[in-house]
Design a protein around this ligand. Structure first.
Ligand code: GRG
Length: 289
């Protein structure tokens, strides 16, 4: 069952990150890193592990790429929660890093988690061939930096002071960077480790990433703060254009469903082996966390 696989992968990723940081100095930045990287659904890490399983990549290798993407994702959340960005007090049901410590510690925790992500994909245990490790690191840099997640976040910030609300096409582009790019990298990582065709998993992840973001917008309207583990209702409070404000609640849900169908079609080429990825796509739009 998908949720069981997600749980097992999450535990393996947690264990890898714990071992990696076990011998580090006893400083707020290290405590903050352990704190920030703990918890979460580990959806991106799961995508790495499942893509690896599809291509018969050993788990002992894939776990390094899975831990890497969870470190990068955690960095983005720590920085996004800062008062100069989204200004949130709650993340994964706990006080955000800058609330528990201070802004300076949160900046450093994010910085260090980001560099940790690159350290992990470049670890020889991730792949014996340095060219494969370099490919993982280069694609991760492009997915997380100025052509990916940072670009999406910058477009989001610019939209706040724009004269007109964003159109559906503009929001789709913005989210392809902000949330989509890391999801695409995660789904591709197993094929990169196996030096296999990236196309089916790329198509799957483009549709999944958008469905994930639409589900996030729906949760912002319908979700419960205690269950979601972060503040809800923020988009409407700020008059922000979202998939829900542009398509309506029912329209957004219908669009997410279509995207999940497209994601499932994309992995049909793997036959029965693609079943868990199909279940993951269904989970993304039915989740309440
Ligand atoms: C600071 C450069 C920079 C980028 C931040 C990812 C991001 C960009 C901001 C997060 C804000 C946000 C709520 C985005 C919506 C989608 C999203 C990424 C939700 C959080 O991801 P989940 O639901 O979280 O996978 P868990 O806690 O389960 O890992």
């Amino acid at each position: 069952m998908f949720t069981q696989v997600l749980k097992q992968d999450a535990a393996a990723i947690e264990a890898n990150l714990k071992v990696v940081m076990a011998r580090d100095a006893d400083l707020p930045v290290i405590d903050g890193m352990r704190y920030a990287v703990a918890g979460g659904k580990r959806l991106r890490g799961f995508l790495v592990m499942e893509g690896a399983r599809l291509h018969d990549v050993p788990e002992a290798q894939a776990i390094w790429a899975a831990a890497a993407i969870e470190a990068i994702h955690a960095y983005s959340l720590v920085h996004d929660d800062l008062p100069c960005m989204d200004d949130d007090d709650l993340r994964r049901g706990q006080p955000t890093v800058h609330k528990k410590w201070d802004d300076g510690t949160a900046v450093l925790v994010g910085d260090a988690l980001q560099t940790l992500g690159f350290e992990l994909v470049l670890a020889p245990a991730c792949h014996p061939d340095a060219a494969v490790r370099a490919d993982l690191a280069l694609s991760l840099a492009r997915a997380s930096g100025r052509t990916g997640m940072v670009l999406g976040q910058a477009l989001d910030i610019a939209a706040e002071s724009a004269d007109a609300p964003l159109t559906l096409d503009q929001i789709t582009d913005l989210q392809a960077g902000k949330t989509g790019a890391l999801i695409v990298w995660s789904a591709q990582a197993g094929a990169r480790l196996a030096q296999a065709d990236l196309a089916p998993l790329t198509d799957y992840a483009h549709a999944l990433g958008l469905a994930f973001q639409i589900a996030d917008d729906v949760l912002d309207v319908e979700g419960d703060e205690a269950t979601v583990g972060k503040a809800v209702g923020k988009d409407a409070d700020r008059g922000k254009a979202t998939f829900v404000s542009l398509l309506g609640l029912d329209g957004a849900k219908a669009r997410a469903k279509d995207l999940v169908n497209a994601a499932c079609d994309a992995v049909s080429v793997y036959g029965a082996k693609g079943q868990t990825l199909k279940a993951a796509a269904q989970f993304v739009i039915s989740r309440d966390i």
